[in-house]
Structures are given as structure tokens and as C-alpha cells.
Design a protein around this ligand. Sequence first.
Ligand code: BG6
Length: 491
Amino acid sequence: MTNKIDPCTLVLFGASGNLARVKLYPGLFRLDSLGRLPADLKIVGVGRQVVDLEAWRADIKSMLDAKFKKGYDQAVFERFIARNFYHANPPTDPDAFSKLKATLSDESVFPQNLAYFLSVRPVDFAPVVESLANVGLTQEDKYWRRVVIEKPFGTDLPSAKELQAAITKHLKESQIYRIDHYLGKSALQNILLQRFTNTVLEPIWNNQYIDHVQITNTEMLGVGDRTQFYDSTGALRDMLQSHILQTLALTAMEQPKDLSPEGVRDAKIKLLEEIRPIPVSELEKHAFRAQYAAGEINGEKVPGYLEELGNNDSVVETYAALKLFIDNPRWKGVPFYIRTAKRLHEADTRISIRFKKAPLQINDQDQNWLIIGIQPRECIKLEVQSKIPGLDVQTRTIQLDAANRWDSDDSVDAYEALLLNLMQGDNSNYLHISEAEAQWRLVDPVVKAWAEDKKPVHQYPAGSRDPEASKVIFEAEDQFWRYSIELGGDK
Ligand code: BG6
């Protein structure tokens, strides 16, 4: 399905920031190479510095050179670079937004459908929207106006509501595009399709057959140069509150009434609202946190989190695991374990589903696992029991393994897909406010309880597996963390 794109102008706030350099400009360039940008699309970079057009276009070239090391098509480059303009918005200039309006009002250059991408500090989201509105740049009459708000949408439920109140003074919900870049990943979009376009999966996708579900995101990377941001955020808010809960919603939701943006979002919202609140009085049975200590990654010694931060008092987690239950008939009694970590032994994002014990037990065999690999490998694997050929009656686990991505497939970055959706006016892969709120409602009590608990946080050596103590959240004695997607990853 390809949706038509109206002629439009994309206005990128924070145009010389890291996201724009690494994802947005290269992403737009790739879309141009694929012939997916409308002929008259224009891109206006907005930044604090005064830069002339020639220097700005040279800077964009340097972004592309850095991203596409093997080179790129010169004709596409010429076409792409001619789409680009720059507007300086120095924070000290009270007329900056009127000047932006004056620039954009030249209809001979800029199509009047306007999409603003706010790749700015979260504290600036509301002020930028307000300033755009004050000069009439958010008003929709003949043309559409859309605003992309980067993650995070608030830092807890009250601040998300405050931000929502501030921006909805000027924007309708249909104009707001809240990003969770995981929703732009093809592997995530595939969950919904794979679940509901296959007759064999849906009948077993419930508490009658499923013992528990694990949704895992682990990284080998540490916090790098983001220590300040990370220490005010932590793994729970950085990853679980957003990307992992969205993955869970897609894994567990009911079949949407249709694939329209409303259909998909309604089904996700319903699911997120059915997740049982985590009981703070029994937090240790439902939530576990830890911090990485010094250790080894790929044979190299790396420092611990507190050392990188230069502050031994921080209780901010780099590992977070939660046990969740979903209060609906499909999932009654099925624990969902979601976890994320920096500096673990493997970098992997996957959904691992363990099925209940089979009625026939030959040699106390393993239970079936169905694994959906999200990254780095996009695949679906099913582990089943099979007779070991020979004279004895014995079984072993074999794996049916299929790639969801073939080598010949286009590899599209999440931001490319989301930018295209934005221009198409398709917000199904963006968050609705009810989703953002339900996610905060769920994690806020844990964030608060953890912040107040100043006992030293559990440490795990960088490059290790999950801390042993994390197993405290398992509901049953025979449950354990599923590791790699390979056969034997359950050992
Ligand atoms: C970001 C988090 O939202 O997602 C980062 O802030 C994390 O801490 C990143 O590393 C992971 O994204 P991806 O696409 O590399 O899995």
C-alpha cells in the first residue's frame, strides 16, 4: 500500500543536532533515492546558529558523506541538496518565528502543507509549539500542519499531561505525531501482521497454551557520553516505558477492527490499559534493577556506570526487569517479563514465548519456545521436540528457523519509515496520548519507589548475563531468563 503524499515543506528544528545529522537528513536522502519524496518537497533546517545557504548545504553533504561511506548517486544528491534551506532561529531574537513565517510564506518556493519535526530539548517542545501558533503557523485551513514530538513525551504522568495541555491549546490530536522510533521498525510492524495473517498462530496465542512471555532488549553498549541524560532517566524510563511496552502491546493486543491508524491504536490502548498496576507494596517480587560495574565487553575492559558518571551515590538503574499481568480473558495468569539492560553479554531484542508442558512427557523434555527476533536478526523460530533417530525412545529439541528478512530486502531505517508516514498523514506508527499516559501510569510508581530507595543498587559486571538476583521476579520455580535466539538459549 502506498499513500499519496501532498506537496509539503518539512521544517526540522534542531537541524544540526545529532538526530538530524545521523538519522533525519540521511533518512530523507534515502527516501529521495528510492523515489519516495514528492517532487516539490522542500526541507528547511532550523537552528540557533546563523549559517548561509551554501555553508548549510555543504554541512548536509558532510552528514551524507559520514553516513554513506561507499558513496551515493550524484544526480540524486543534486536533486536532494536543491530541496534544502536553512533558517536561523537565535533564542535571543524575539521576532525569530515571525521571520520563519515570512520565509515560509514564499509559496513559489515552499509548499504550504507544513510538517515540523521538533528534534529539540524536551523542555522546548511546548514553547516551540506556542511560538509557531502565535504567528499562525499551526493553523490548518486550506493546508495541513503537523508537529512531530520526539521522545520522551514527558518524564512522568503529570509532566506528560502538562505537555499535552500546553500543546493542545494550539493543536488537534490529529496534528500531533509523538515518536517512539521502535514503531518505525519493520520487525515491530511485522508482529501484528504475523500474528493475524497466519491461521496457526492465533489459536495458541493465549493462556491455555502459553506459560509466559519474555520481551527482552539488551545492549552491549554502555551509556557513553549520555551520562547526564541517562542519570536523570534510567533504563526503566529510557527503554521499558516506551519501546518495550509498545512491543508488548503489539504482542498481546486483540485483533484490531481494521488496519486503519485508529483501529491499530485503539487495540493497543485497550491492551495497555488492561495491564495490572504494579503493586508497590510487593515491589521486589515484580521489579528488579541493577547497575553495570566494570567488566569486559568483546575482550576489552570497560568502566562501570558509577565510574563513568563520577558519582558513587547514584541509584539509577542500567538494568530493569518487570513482571506484568494483563487483566483480560486471553492473558489471565500469564506473566509477561520485560527487561532491558546496557552492557550485557549480548545485544539482542526479541520476544520469547514459552508454551506449557506437553501432555506427553518422554524424558522431561524442554517446553516449546516460539521466538520472534527483532534485532539484530529478524526471524521467527519455533523449538519443538523430535525423536532422536535410533533404537531408543528419546526426544531432543530442534529448531524451525525462518528469516523474516531476506538479504535481497530493502533495509529501511525506522526514521525513514516514520518520516514517510508523517508526510502521508498516517499516524498509526506514532503514539496516541492515551498510550503515552497509560505507559507512564504503569511505570511511575516504580520510578518513584526506586528513586526513594537509596540502598546501594545491585551490580553486575559489564559483559555478564542477568544478575542472579533478578530471578526473584519469576512466578514459578521452573522459569528462567531466555538468552540467545539460538538453540540452547534456554540453558
Ligand atoms: C533510545 C534510547 O530511545 O533507544 C537509547 O534512548 C537506546 O538508550 C536506543 O540505546 C535503542 O534503539 P535501537 O534502535 O538501537 O534499538
